[in-house]
Design a binder for this molecule. Structure first.
Ligand SMILES: CC(=O)SCCNC(=O)CCNC(=O)[C@H](O)C(C)(C)COP(=O)(O)OP(=O)(O)OC[C@H]1O[C@@H](n2cnc3c(N)ncnc32)[C@H](O)[C@@H]1OP(=O)(O)O
Ligand SMILES: O=C([O-])CC(=O)C(=O)O
Length: 377
């Protein structure tokens, strides 16, 4: 019989520590990074300004931003050894497994891996911010039998990512929609992958170890992997007109509908209206409204029948598809953004550390003697 101990399965409603990085306010469906509303950042700042904000607590001035961008540009190239390793990956491997392995490899080559001082961890975070998109783009191209495209230090962060994936930079509306998605994906308090990074950091392990673990946690379809699952789902539905019957079938089979629901937000994800606006701009730019029309039916029926709202992955999936990215690249793109939030939490955890080690209530068999092998029959 188990003891009379309260267990919060999934740590639902548990406050595990203090944090000054971001604040989720489910009662108003809102989210701030270091005190700034995400919508405000999306309309009035860029992803690199947001990265600086998350790591430094304040938005940069022009000189600070220029220095930050210069450092990011200078660190984009992958080593010849890592490029050789990427070429050896199985072509059919999932890009999340590729980037997880690439980040682990970056840790082995990093000149400061073992140095967990705040200054060294910050330099490693910058190297990861700069190199992860290069590794994501290169492994995507190699898996299609294409040669990687070297980063272009003349291009800003988002433009450079498109350059490395497609060999060209799209029109400014596409860049803006991508930049907004990167801001929205950057940070979200103690979600599963961030908590993983903090747990690893709490053992005094290094930045690359924490980020490798966080990437593994993000891959799951209940977390970051949902943006890919959303697009697979939308593609399964033959037309917007067929969406209501399709979702009813999911309800009949008690299946999860991907891109809906959230552990913290119960009346709407703060980030959805902004991402939806930019997904609609993408549909306009490409001239293909099918995905957004199908999405609208799914969102209406989920709300009417289940009272469940969409989360960020729901509009992000079709937005990335309309930008031309392969579906297995969606969660790795999330990694390119969330490295900023993860690293901010690694720094915060290390600055005031205590080993993360909860308890478990034992429900196994009572203690018993070992019967020697010869007597076990
Ligand atoms: C960036 C991000 O990581 S956002 C999250 C991305 N993940 C997804 O979109 C996957 C689909 N969603 C889910 O699986 C869940 O909503 C989670 C994992 C995100 C949150 O899980 P929880 O907080 O444990 O869910 P919660 O307790 O609120 O669920 C309440 C009820 O709604 C149901 N429910 C929740 N989400 C969904 C969904 N997407 N489809 C169908 N039913 C759902 C649950 O099954 C549960 O039903 P029950 O009471 O009959 O058992
Ligand atoms: O907060 C969560 O549990 C998941 C989420 O939305 C995120 O990580 O962006």
């Amino acid at each position: 019989m188990s003891e009379a101990i309260e267990v919060r399965k999934g740590l639902v409603g548990v406050y595990a520590d203090d944090s000054a990085v971001s604040k989720v306010m489910p009662e108003t469906n809102s989210l701030t990074y270091r005190g700034y509303a995400v919508q405000d950042l999306c309309e009035n700042a860029s992803f690199d300004e947001t990265a600086y904000l998350l790591w430094n607590g304040e938005l940069p001035n022009r000189a600070q931003l220029a220095a930050f961008q210069a450092e990011e540009k200078a660190n984009r190239a992958l080593s010849p050894a890592l490029l050789r390793v990427l070429r050896e990956f199985p072509r059919e491997a999932h890009p999340m497994d590729m980037i997880r392995t690439a980040v682990s490899f970056m840790g082995m080559e990093d000149p400061e891996t073992a140095d967990i001082s705040d200054a060294a961890q910050r330099r490693k975070a910058m190297r990861l911010l700069a190199k992860i998109p290069t590794a994501v783009a290169a492994s995507n191209r190699l898996s299609k039998g294409l040669e990687p495209i070297a980063p272009d230090p003349a291009l800003p962060f988002c433009e450079n990512f498109f350059h490395m994936v497609f060999g060209k930079v799209p029109q400014k509306e596409v860049i803006k929609a991508f930049d907004v998605s990167m801001i929205l994906y950057a940070e979200h308090t103690f979600n599963a992958s961030t908590f993983t990074a903090r747990t690893i950091t709490s053992t005094m392990a290094d930045m690359h170890g924490a980020i490798t673990g966080a990437i593994a946690a993000l891959k799951g379809p209940l977390h970051g992997g949902a943006n890919e699952a959303v697009m697979h789902m939308l593609k399964e539905i033959p037309s917007p007109e067929a969406a209501e019957a399709w979702i009813q079938d999911k309800f009949d089979h008690k299946a999860l509908v991907m891109g809906f629901g959230h552990r913290v937000y119960k009346t709407g994800d703060s980030r959805v209206p902004t991402m939806k606006k930019y997904a609609e701009i993408m549909a306009e730019v490409v001239g293909d409204k099918r995905w957004m029309n199908t999405s609208a039916v799914l969102a209406r029926v989920m709300l009417e029948k289940k009272n469940i709202h969409p989360n960020l992955d729901f509009p992000a999936g079709p937005a990335y598809y309309l930008m031309g990215f392969d579906i297995p690249l969606f969660t790795p793109i999330f990694v390119c953004s969330r490295i900023t939030g993860w690293a901010a939490h690694v720094l915060e955890q290390a600055a005031d550390n205590r080993l993360i080690r909860p308890l478990s209530r034992y429900t196994g068999v009572e203690q018993r003697p070992v019967v020697p092998l010869a007597e076990r029959g």
